[in-house]
Design a protein around this ligand. Structure first.
Ligand code: AMP
Ligand code: GLY
Length: 429
């Protein structure tokens, strides 16, 4: 089987690594991929990259047709929300991911909030505004802190938590009037502030059946102790010890299947991965957000623990027979520490050579590439804010964490930056 994976981050490297374990797969191409995917060597398999951007739908479709690709896997949010799955289906090609009318679950926060309200799925109270004046008026009597969210995709940056009325007013101006996040900010969601621990739960769904993967927790802030700016994610661990059987039972009864059924009832059947961003509040779990794809770096701790053949699971989703399968995870733990370029997420330098890849065995230690490229000397160099995801498996979280931090020392590059407290929360569990 020939597989095409669309995207270029650590998530896509983790997807390619999982797909390479499938005995049915002979070839995997990633568009556009990164230097790590391009350098992968798996006996008996051909793995490489092709220089086609994730938003170049026509070129992707032509590539898949011309090269006899059997299944395309979309890793990233932008192409999903833009309708890449519809483009593949229109050409008669097999593709894993939600259509445009379902990817809106991530693409529009007002859509997802309205869906949750309509179907009684627990989430924070909210109001939607398309007029800045009305938003300012609303703030006058709103309870603080308050959360402002640009409606559309904004690279995970369109959420502002405002502690004072002045900050909230400035936030409305930034999003709706200055259009800092572009058109994503034409519609604004103003949401009640919640407190609690966050958990990421990824799932596979075929539009009817949903199966939950092992839980994970991300660390979104740039600095130790959850300080500094929000990032795409600085590290993850899986499973989350805070995702108890009680939490799981609540979410199964009130969130997961209800979401899939709601999308179906709306005429928007969702096939692919639904990522539930949950907050465990004092009043029970609440949905913070939905994503229409694997999380990054959540995929880098969840997929190495999955026992199933990922291609079999994805094909079952595409064909609507997910109920025939049972998802299974190893009874172990994983921790991923992101190595970033110092200065991320604001400004940073790129192009520094990276060394130290030799010791990663792809069994207990993984080095997933995110922002890397090859220079004209053939060296692998830094090429983004998040450069590498260093994942280690262990019998439990404590061991996985120790091993992941040891492995971060194997890698060297100028301006290497990481958080030192990924997974520290497990000590409180
Ligand atoms: P989102 O993109 O909706 O996940 O928001 C990004 C981050 O903002 C979340 O991971 C939370 O840490 C925080 N956040 C979002 N909504 C809320 C809320 N209603 N209350 C408190 N924190 C929130
Ligand atoms: N790690 C959060 C995300 O992928 O959106």
């Amino acid at each position: 089987m020939k597989i095409l994976v669309v995207g270029s981050g650590g998530r896509e490297h983790a997807i390619v690594t999982a797909a390479a374990k499938s005995p049915r797969v002979t070839e995997i191409i990633c568009a556009p991929g990164n230097a790590g995917i391009d350098s992968m060597e798996v006996p008996g398999k051909k793995i490489g990259t092709v220089k086609i951007g994730a938003m170049e739908f026509d070129k992707l479709v032509d590539y898949a047709k011309d090269n006899g690709v059997d299944l395309t896997i979309i890793g990233m949010d932008d192409p999903l929300v833009g309708g890449v799955v519809d483009a593949f289906e229109a050409a008669g090609l097999r593709v894993f991911g939600p259509r445009k009318n379902a990817a809106i679950l991530e693409g529009s926060k007002s859509f997802s909030k309205d869906l949750m309200k309509k179907y009684g799925i627990p989430t924070a109270a909210y109001e939607v505004f398309t007029d800045a004046g009305a938003a300012y008026d609303y703030l006058e009597s709103a309870k603080l802190p308050i959360v402002l969210k640009a409606d559309g995709l904004a690279l995970g940056k369109g959420v502002l938590i405002c502690n004072t009325l002045d900050e909230a007013r400035a936030g409305v101006k930034t999003i709706m009037e200055d259009k800092k996040f572009g058109d994503a900010g034409s519609t604004l969601v103003i949401e009640e502030f919640m407190t609690g621990r966050e958990v990421s739960v990824l799932s596979f769904t075929d539009g009817e059946t949903i199966q939950i993967m092992s839980s994970a927790q991300d660390h979104k802030r740039a600095g130790d102790g959850d300080t500094g700016l929000n990032t795409g994610g600085m590290g993850t661990f899986s499973p989350s010890p805070f995702y108890t059987d009680e939490v799981d039972a609540f979410c199964r009864a009130n969130i997961y299947q209800k979401t899939v059924d709601a999308m179906k009832s709306e005429g928007r059947p969702f096939k692919g991965v639904i990522f539930f961003g949950l907050m465990l509040t004092e009043d029970g779990p609440r949905v913070l957000e939905y994503n229409a794809r694997f999380g990054d770096p959540e995929a880098q701790v969840v997929l190495p623990r999955m026992k199933n053949d990922i291609i079999e699971v994805m094909e079952a989703c595409v064909d609507g027979r997910l109920s025939d399968l049972k998802l299974e995870f190893e009874d172990n733990a994983a921790v991923c520490v992101v190595l970033a370029s110092d200065g991320y997420p604001v400004s940073y330098e790129k192009g520094y050579p990276i060394t130290g890849f030799e010791k990663f065995d792809g069994r207990e230690y993984f080095c997933f590439h995110a922002g890397t490229a090859k220079n004209d000397k053939g060296e692998i160099v830094t090429n983004g804010g998040r450069v590498l995801g260093i994942t280690a498996l262990g019998d439990d979280l404590t061991e996985a964490r120790k091993k992941a931090y040891e492995a971060t020392e194997w890698i060297s590059f100028d301006n290497k930056y990481m958080r030192h407290d990924i997974g520290k929360a497990i000590d409180e569990a």
